[in-house]
Design a protein around this ligand. Structure first.
Ligand code: 1PR
Length: 525
């Protein structure tokens, strides 16, 4: 029996599912005495440092946690839970941590790297530990903007370090107390193996090699599932050509969402994204099938899940009001790690550009504040608008290598809402850079002109947007071969590349994409 400290923030479902998948039962901490009496305790850190510590304090759990850790009872802390072991964090100035370890948690400071660190990175083992037995050479999933280092007097806690611009502490262990910055429950088979080592109390340790190598974050390969209800009322994975998902009048049906997601997990996808493409007109809280898709997927898929579509405030037919935060909370509870905002991000940015100030009320700001920037992805749906010269528009313009139909040499990228149905007076650079200011943690950069064409990614668009933001960018739309992935990682600084059609139609397996990247020397998982 494993005891889980679920304080109601973010996606704890995945940890629960991972424990069950490994054959253990889970019970929740109901009061402070459970913290002390639990046989094995897991503390999955979700949310900002301040929000986690506030919850612990409000529920009277700070002292019991300190007592448990000091008495060396089995404890596993994940992500922010590792950070709470320290005295405080730059993320939430003035908020005291558990102060088991000396020092402050700091933000990544390297200017040339995207923050948050989102993705799969390695670990260097500094002492023998049963936790990593069988898995010390594997890449694990990290998602964080703040990192820890140890003071000299706590150096006996050091278990692993990882490099992301700088070297930081990716796990600590002393006796039965372990905490890691990566998410074992989101790190595929390797993560499940590490979790199993903790749950079963593995004793066998591995020899550590004296040589430490700098770890490198991997480029991510993401499978995307556009989901909607077809004319028969079935929820299907569909796929558009330049966003048109109908063929001979019918919505294309490329399979069942949960089955397809499970297949991509098995085939090695680093992440799965679901886009509820009619979310702009259906309301997700009433769209139970979509929530069910997430719940079922998270029982069998142990890599990060993103969900988009319909994240905005809404009043239902009974006059009940929901905030965008309510909608996102439902998605997180159902198993999502990140939510993606499309149309509502455009409206928010238009407001911001008009008023010149943050409202504090937008979906981006609210979800980022409560769940952290890393949980907020902005899905951009731009379309090329050709012009003869930069003076012909106020928007961010590039000179393009693929001129327009009338030989126009310049273009800008117009943002659209409602799945490309309506163009706005807003360009992709304005949208992405403003969303970063408002608290978004990642950009999912689609391209309507390229979608479904199999002609390769739009490098000009990706380079233009990537240069304007310091958060990770996912290149999307147009992948037609493994070579296109190699190209996008060679010709742009995108952190991840996403495809849909070629995976759904089994034209190019994920393994082939990974092999091509490996052969080209691109770091992958
Ligand atoms: O506006 O917040 O409700 O979100 C709606 C979401 O649904 C947005 O993220 C938007 O991108 C998406 N969406 C809406 N309509 C469509 C459509 O196709 N008709 N899909 C749509 C967008 C684009 C990609 C696609 C890549 C890769 N899909 O996600 O998967 O282009 O495709 P490819 O590899 O086959 O070229 P809101």
């Amino acid at each position: 029996m494993i005891t889980l400290l679920d304080y109601g923030a973010g996606n704890v479902r995945s940890v629960r599912n991972a424990i069950r998948k490994l054959g253990y039962e889970v019970q929740d901490v109901n009061d402070a005495s459970d913290i002390i009496s639990a046989e094995r305790l897991i503390f999955p850190g979700v949310g900002s440092y301040g929000s986690v510590m506030d919850r612990l304090r409000r529920d009277g759990l700070v002292e019991p946690l300190i007592e448990r850790i000091k008495s060396d009872k089995p404890f596993l802390g994940i992500c922010v839970a590792l950070q709470t072991l320290f005295e405080g964090s730059e993320e939430s100035p003035g908020v005291a941590g558990l102060s088991i370890l000396k020092g402050q948690v700091k933000r990544f400071s390297q200017s040339d790297l995207s923050v948050p660190q989102i993705g799969w990175n390695g670990v260097n083992l500094h002492k023998e530990s049963p936790l990593f037995t069988g898995y010390n050479d594997e890449k694990l999933y990290f998602v964080h903007s703040y990192r820890t280092t140890l003071e000299e007097e706590d150096s006996d806690w050091l278990l692993t370090t990882t490099n992301y611009g700088e070297e930081f502490v990716s796990s600590v262990q002393k006796g039965n107390v372990v905490a890691c910055q990566f998410h074992p429950e989101k790190s595929g088979e390797a993560g499940l193996g590490i979790l199993k080592n903790y749950l079963q109390g593995t004793r066998e340790t591995i020899q550590i090699s004296g040589k430490k190598k700098e770890t490198r974050i991997a480029k991510r390969v993401i499978a995307c599932l556009d989901v909607r209800t077809n004319d028969n009322g079935d929820l299907v994975v569909t796929k558009g050509d330049q966003y048109d998902v109908r063929e001979s009048g019918e919505v294309r049906n490329l399979g069942k969402p949960v089955l397809l997601a499970a297949r991509y997990y098995e085939e090695g996808a680093d992440e799965i994204t679901f886009l509820n493409i009619t979310g702009f007109r259906d309301f997700p809280m009433e769209d139970q099938p979509m929530l069910e898709v997430l719940q079922k997927t998270s029982e069998q898929v142990f890599v990060p899940l993103t969900i988009g579509g319909g994240i905005r405030e809404f009043t239902d037919s009974n006059g009940k009001e929901y905030t965008a935060l309510d909608v996102a909370a439902e998605y997180f509870r159902s198993g999502a790690d990140k939510i993606s905002i499309g149309s509502d991000a455009c409206y928010t940015v238009e407001e911001y550009l008009k008023s010149g100030k943050k409202s504090g009320k937008s979906s981006i700001e609210q979800i980022s504040y409560h769940y952290g920037a890393q949980a907020v992805v902005i899905s951009v749906d731009p379309r090329r608008v050709y012009v003869n010269s930069p003076e012909d528009t106020d928007h961010h313009v590039i000179k393009t290598a693929t001129p327009g139909p009338a030989g126009e040499e310049y273009c800008w990228y117009q943002c659209t809402v409602m799945g490309g149905r309506e163009g706005r007076d807003l360009d992709a650079v304005q949208l992405a850079s403003t969303c970063e200011i408002l608290g978004a943690g990642e950009i999912l950069l689609n391209c309507i002109d390229k979608d479904g064409t199999n002609s390769g990614f739009d490098m000009e668009l990706i380079n233009m947007v990537k240069a304007a933001v310091s958060i990770p960018v996912i290149a999307s739309s147009g992948a037609g071969s493994a070579a296109h992935f190699v190209d996008v990682f060679n010709e742009t600084e995108a952190e991840a590349a996403l495809a849909a059609g070629i995976f759904h139609r089994r034209e190019v397996p994920i393994a082939e994409v990974k092999q091509a990247l490996r052969d080209d020397g691109v770091e992958i998982r």
